[in-house]
Write a protein that binds this ligand. Sequence first.
Ligand SMILES: *[C@@H]1O[C@H](CO)[C@@H](O)[C@H](O)[C@H]1NC(C)=O
Ligand SMILES: *[C@@H]1O[C@H](CO)[C@@H](O)[C@H](O)[C@H]1NC(C)=O
Ligand SMILES: *[C@@H]1O[C@H](CO)[C@@H](O)[C@H](O)[C@H]1NC(C)=O
Ligand SMILES: *[C@@H]1O[C@H](CO)[C@@H](O)[C@H](O)[C@H]1NC(C)=O
Length: 523
Amino acid sequence: MANIFAFFVFGLSWILFAQFLSALLIVWVILRVYSHHLRSSNLVRRSTLLAELGHSHNTKRIVGFFHPYCNAGGGGERVLWTAIAAIQRTDPDVVSVVYSGDTEASKESIISKVKARFAITLDPVLLHFVFLQSRWLVEDSTWPRFTLLGQSIGSMYLAWESMTKLIPDLFIDTMGYAFTFHIVAQLGQIPIGAYVHYPTISTDMLARVKSRKQWHTNAGHISSSATLSRLKLIYYRLFMYYYVLSLRTASFVMVNSSWTKNHVDSILQYNDPLIDAIHMIPPLVGLKLFTSQNAPAAARIVYPPCDTREMSSFSLMPRQRIILSVAQFRPEKDHQAQLNAFHRLIELHPEYIQNSHNRVKLILVGGSRNDSDAKRLSELQKVAKDLGIDPYVEFVVNASYPTVLSWLSKASVGLSTMVDEHFGINIVEFMAAGVIPVAHASGGPLQDIIVPFNGERTGFHARTLDEFAGALHTVLSLPTEEELAMRWRARAWAVQRFSEEEFERGWNQSGWRTWALGSTSSR
Ligand SMILES: *[C@@H]1O[C@H](CO)[C@@H](O)[C@H](O)[C@H]1NC(C)=O
Ligand SMILES: *[C@@H]1O[C@H](CO)[C@@H](O)[C@H](O)[C@H]1NC(C)=O
Ligand SMILES: *[C@@H]1O[C@H](CO)[C@@H](O)[C@H](O)[C@H]1NC(C)=O
Ligand SMILES: *[C@@H]1O[C@H](CO)[C@@H](O)[C@H](O)[C@H]1NC(C)=O
């Protein structure tokens, strides 16, 4: 009896296994046939496009940039257009194609907006747009719940739409839609690159969910809430697992800062043994079998170029005794710490306010977006009054760009107190303007911006109130020669490191050229 039963179970599991294998095989065959069909019909689309652009021979290579919001005019778009302009300059045999969801815009209107917004000139002959109809699938509002998952699946659909319209020789995602890579790899069978501004999900985020789960459990909350947070943790772990599989599909990965590199590197090396073990079991193993893993173990930092042209023309000396802060009146900027540091400075060095012609002033320039900011602003003004420093502090609200520039041309010291700022464009601007920065010792200002140039200081870091006051005093009392040298170094460093040339060099080193030339989709 037992024998028959064992035989039965054994037989059944073989049948199931065989069925699973054949299902997998069928899916694989369908994918291959569909991909083959797409790629052969792409040859016609490709020649038509090149002919339309006026390229008589089919010798051009096509690099596709996946940037559904290419007309938004933000920092991510500056990166996109600077990269394309550089490629147009150095590689006239490459046609750049942008996959965009801006269906209401035209090629001409986008090109002229880029010119007006970023002062970047694009050659229309080497640029083409593939307009996508289904961008709504990646919009926040489409996915009020399970936003991460919804947008990721939406982006895969968008990638499919892209591949049916045109398969490039190299696909580069510049907006952070890593889930598109599976579709592009399977259907287009082309190499993939990524420029990551911000990881979709980070190991930090996972750790936070994990600790919240324990907190819930420990606090003895009703079991449903504990179950809920456990489910949430599983959701995040699965999501992370697939995100890692996606990123590793790329052949090269660039990131915009040290902060992002730290996160992306820990994602590229992330390993979840439990979830991985689950993916050894059919049918989940199918998901693993359909991904290719190419990525390097570490991402390359390619800093976005900053526009420092105007600031870098200001004269370095003489400067007024102005401590300048340029930051929106948001809570994380921590303006209160700036007031406290200034208060401590004149507590320790009353001479800075005694002499009226040599008086030090703190100027806080920043935007106030709405009622919350306005309320914070009036609280800050009250704090200044309470500290008795209000005669030496000036708030400049909603200043125009020329006004900001004029403060940058006059100030001595640039102050920033935000903790863990990812980057800190305001500090790059201080330095380019020749204003010596004093910033919190964390994030971008610590790792990327205020770093030695030729082994010498370009500014100061501080953590505590006393360190801030001390650094401010140091800058204000620098000997003239040393002061001039430091202003010069700060400018030289900021202008060089965050220049377009440096950006171009980073792209060169990413190896995109080899991948674009080595691919075989057009042959
Ligand atoms: C990188 O991108 C993130 C997200 O858009 C942004 O907050 C950060 O400032 C960027 N860093 C640089 C160096 O531009
Ligand atoms: C600053 O601009 C915001 C938004 O444009 C506006 O609501 C606010 O009233 C302005 N504040 C001042 C002081 O000008
Ligand atoms: C002001 O804007 C911030 C950021 O968008 C938001 O968090 C805050 O709730 C807004 N406050 C008001 C009163 O609208
Ligand atoms: C990048 O590579 C191209 C092609 O080899 C070259 O012309 C260009 O000068 C390089 N740019 C930089 C900044 O190294």
